[in-house]
Design a protein. Structure first.
Length: 237
């Protein structure tokens, strides 16, 4: 989502969200995992843009995929901000998709890098964050794509439930930490270089981008902003 509040307000909100995440009772999450009893049936739907949008990568996973498939990463498509000079900013990278919308590593319905898949892929469909439902009510969401893929009500032993809960919480905490560091770096960059966020510029450039125009996107990665020039084609759209 584009910036709608000051960077400091966003940082404060994200820090509060991280604290809520860390305080969430592990026993409660374990009970939810046990009750749902999810088991993957290898349908491959979670690996498609139609079902899941895009695969956002944590910085560690970006470094990993660049080591063996550097062309597989692209700037995450949901640009967070834009300065008055027309440069977009986003908090990280995502996986490239094929023209049919499937993950670049999905082959014959199976993950071709399963033994080194990324953090978000390892924890899916589990989640532990707060978001609004279709009515706008913000509450904890623990399972994604419920009843839309996979098998349910399978037995999961306590040790495995605990492992899933801890790995999921670790992923969510890392995601929030990256978002916080991104906004701190963006705030400092804007202050240092006299930049400002202009919503009208954002909207006009997004309109042109959706029509096929090339735009500049600066991607946050390990404390730096890496520049890219992209068009919608890079997202397989």
């Amino acid at each position: 989502m584009p910036v709608t509040f000051t960077f400091d307000e966003q940082i404060t909100a994200l820090e509060a969200e991280r604290e809520r995440l860390l305080r969430f009772p592990e026993d409660e999450f374990i009970a939810i995992i046990r009750e749902v009893g999810f088991s993957c049936d290898c349908c491959g739907r979670c690996c498609t843009r139609e079902f899941n949008g895009h695969v956002f990568l944590l910085e560690e996973d970006t470094g990993s995929v660049r080591s063996f498939a550097p062309d597989a990463v692209v700037p995450a498509p949901d640009f967070d901000a834009c300065d008055q000079q027309g440069r977009f900013y986003v908090s990280g990278y995502a996986l490239r998709t094929k023209p049919d919308g499937s993950c670049i590593f999905l082959e014959d319905g199976r993950c071709s890098i399963y033994d080194r898949r990324f953090a978000i892929c390892r924890v899916y469909p589990y989640m532990l964050h707060r978001e609004a439902d279709e009515t706008g009510v913000v509450d904890w969401r623990q399972i994604g794509g419920l009843n839309e893929h996979g098998c349910y009500n399978n037995p999961i032993d306590d040790a495995e439930c605990a492992r899933i809960a801890r790995e999921t919480r670790a992923y969510e905490a890392a995601f929030l930490d990256q978002a916080i560091r991104f906004r701190r770096a963006l705030r400092d960059l804007f202050d240092r270089e006299g930049l400002r966020y202009v919503r009208r510029t954002y909207d006009l450039l997004m309109r042109d981008f959706k029509k096929g125009a090339e735009v500049e996107v600066r991607v946050f990665h390990h404390g730096r902003f890496e520049p890219h020039r992209v068009t919608r084609d890079v997202y397989g759209e």
